[in-house]
Design a protein around this ligand. Structure first.
Ligand code: GDP
Ligand code: MG
Length: 221
């Protein structure tokens, strides 16, 4: 039992060391990076598309898409106008720092201001693996239900910002916003929150302003 714990700790510390290297590579290239995490179908790729459309002409974007199989999400990001690269994890339920390191080696970062990493759809494992990105963003969505902060506390307490997507569905889906927000507040008090709809565009201006401010405030060399 003790041996197993040690092995797990070694894996995490090796990952964390590589995450630090990734961060320094991003900083020296002047790239601000976000890690998008969410359950499958919450709207990660939809928000990436909206963000690309909203920031074109203001920031130069690249997207790294993590998926178990297919390049569908990277194709969507490329069609929206960003430089896009797909990582297929071959069954792994999360991205880790090694995978990001190899993706960064394949991207020319010289003409990138903002990098969005779309993690594998999963509310558990991605929270445990640092990548070296500057901020992590959780995309929750109304049809998932209002109990998710209570059921997946590890994810909710880790993130720097919370997007609540699909608010256009509030009239149709039972979702108690107060109950949801109470759960979030216990785990991550005061976390910056963006209620949005990728379908109608509601709330997206505030989101885009936040991304722009964060990217412009990040270290550049
Ligand atoms: N009603 C509604 N549907 C949305 C919204 N955002 C995304 N979707 C839909 O949700 C599904 C999953 O979206 P996708 O971006 O692929 O999610 P991902 O798996 O997290 O990347 C797609 O059918 C989207 O069209 C939204 O704000 N409102
Ligand atoms: Mg996706």
């Amino acid at each position: 039992m003790t041996r197993r714990v040690e092995v797990v700790e070694n894996i995490f510390s090796a990952n964390d060391r590589l995450a630090v290297e990734n961060r320094s590579r991003l900083d020296s290239a002047g790239v601000f990076a976000l890690n998008f995490m969410a359950s499958p179908g919450a709207g990660k790729t939809s928000l990436i598309e909206r963000t690309i459309h909203g920031l074109t002409g203001r920031l130069r974007l690249a997207v790294i898409d993590g998926d178990i199989a297919t390049s569908l999400d990277a194709d969507r990001a490329a069609a929206a106008g960003a430089k896009a690269l797909q990582i297929n994890t071959g069954g792994e339920c999360h991205l880790d720092a090694v995978m990001l390191q190899s993706a960064l080696q394949q991207l020319d970062l010289a003409d990138v201001d903002l990098l969005i990493v779309e993690n594998v759809g999963n509310l558990v494992c991605p929270a445990s693996f640092k990548l070296g990105t500057h901020k992590s963003v959780l995309i929750a969505s109304i049809p998932e239900g209002d109990d998710k902060p209570y059921k997946y506390p590890g994810m909710y307490q880790e993130v720097d910002a919370l997007v609540i997507n699909k608010i256009d569905l509030l009239p149709y889906v039972p979702f108690k916003m107060d109950f949801f927000r109470q759960g979030v507040e216990i785990l991550n008090p005061g976390v910056t929150t963006f209620p949005i709809s990728c379908s109608t565009g509601e709330g997206l201006d505030t989101w885009l302003d936040w991304v722009t401010q964060e990217a412009e405030g990040s270290p550049r060399s």
